[in-house]
Design a protein around this ligand. Structure first.
Ligand SMILES: [Zn+2]
Ligand SMILES: [Zn+2]
Length: 246
């Protein structure tokens, strides 16, 4: 990506231009990649490389509803760029040069931070009030599909869109790492919602990645983390220790 273009976007684009640029970026990531990802899963399944998790197919109606909710979420995601660019313009965050190492490390760090951020937001969403009024939108997808990834109530979409904003004031990143992070994030999200997994539900921990979030969609409990099981294990351990002290 052209360095000059990146700096023109950050320092010279109006906030309205930034909003629409972000809107169309997320729009392309969702409507452009989801069908391709789905086709790749079907092809891999035909070769015996991945396996379907839930046999029950999502209905066409469910997918239509997911696409409508996702469009609303994309409208919300458009706003996420505004405070991020404001931080950059007011020198409240340090920007690193766009070297390959800075880009790769930046995306990895944002993905790690997302795991903690998602766990916290997701735990809050399972408080009965938020479950009833907000998170139930995402759980309408009992059998998740690639189209479930952005299918949120607007308030949940707003909370989830603060991943870069909540770390940028404290950690320096390269602009391209921040720009590419939504692409890495949506690919991870497609893997966790596509209803396919490697193997048949047993084996190495990383192979079970897609299984847990799929199971969470149908059971409504456990597995509040996304890609990893570590924070679930840790919070269970802390809860057990706390209960045994009482
Ligand atoms: Zn989900
Ligand atoms: Zn949930």
């Amino acid at each position: 990506m052209n360095k000059e273009l990146v700096y023109t976007i950050i320092y010279e684009y109006s906030y309205i231009q930034l909003y629409w640029l972000t809107f169309f970026y997320f729009f392309a990531l969702y409507y452009g990649i989801a069908p391709v990802f789905n086709r790749v899963c079907i092809w891999l399944a035909s070769k015996g490389i991945v396996y379907k998790i839930l046999k029950k197919e999502a209905t066409k109606r469910q997918k239509r509803i997911e696409k409508i909710h996702s469009l609303k979420s994309i409208f919300v995601f458009g706003f996420s760029v505004l405070p991020v660019v404001y931080l950059m313009r007011s020198n409240s965050t340090v920007l690193l040069p766009d070297t390959v190492l800075n880009i790769v490390l930046g995306i990895l760090l944002l993905t790690l931070w997302n795991e903690i951020h998602f766990f916290l937001v997701h735990r809050i969403m399972h408080i009965p009030f938020f479950m009833k009024h907000v998170h139930k939108t995402h759980h309408k997808s009992i059998t998740p599909t690639v189209y479930s990834v952005f299918s949120f109530h607007w308030f949940e979409a707003l909370l989830l869109s603060t991943v870069p904003l909540t770390i940028l004031p404290f950690v320096p990143f390269s602009p391209i790492a921040i720009f590419l992070y939504p692409l890495a994030s949506i690919l991870l999200n497609y893997s966790g919602h596509c209803n396919y997994r490697f193997g048949k539900g047993n084996g190495a921990d990383w192979k079970l990645f897609g299984t847990r979030h799929n199971a969470h969609h149908s059971t409504f409990k456990k597995s509040y983390g996304f890609a990893s099981h570590i924070l679930d294990k840790l919070s269970n351990k802390i809860r057990h220790q706390w209960q045994s002290k009482k």
